[in-house]
Design a protein around this ligand. Sequence first.
Ligand code: KIV
Length: 270
Amino acid sequence: MSRHKSAKHVTLTTLQDMKQKGEKIACLTAYDACFARILSEAGVEVLLVGDSLGMVLQGHDSTLPVTMTDMIYHTQCVKRGNKGSLLMADLPFMSYASESQTLENAAALMRAGAHIVKLEGGAWIASTTKLLAERGIPVCAHMGLTPQSVNRIGGFHVQGRDTAQAQLIVEEAQLLQSAGANILLLECVPKALARALTESVDIPVIGIGAGPDTTGQIMVLHDVLGVSPITPKFVKNFLAASDNGILGAIEAYVNSVKNKSFPAEEHCFN
Ligand code: KIV
């Protein structure tokens, strides 16, 4: 497959159109300019400067130590390498605890090059989502397993396994859509819940460990390349079978998302 596939400029409208057409959206995390270029040229529609950088780059055991300074620095790096993908950046732990903090920190990420900010939570981030949306800042709401709340949840566990919890997650997704969220990211939930949630909203739903029926998929870059120390069930190492190194692995990931062969049954929670 040739490079420079993603000379197109991906916007929220592009993603919404893809959802309408039933075309899968391929997303990956990126933390530097070099990988940002490779990923966007390989056809990855959304580059996420994730606070997972605290674990994969900095070696922490959670995302909690990540600061706004870290996020601004890596967002600036990814912006320089990006060749037309939508650039999403995480608001890190406790950076959206108050209204003024939220606005100041979201603005800093947008100035650093983000096109959309991501924050974690359910109903409790609805007012924050509305605040940002009303000021012209697009929002991705990260639901299901929310790693910034790992100490409250009690570990990196699958969410929404019982009926009441699953129903609450669907209701919260609808609430966040009404509050102005442009994208939902759904992490580590049973695939039936992910399917029901995706069908219940109009905006794109990007899944990780959420089965094949979401609008798109996201993975942590280091997991795709098989260099993370831990490999959860939903992870696939695409470098292992690549005959064209890193570029081949990224293109295989994009193709597998597009032709719906990833995630397969063995990557899903039931
Ligand atoms: O920070 C991150 O990389 C994420 C992924 C788990 C999608 O939010």
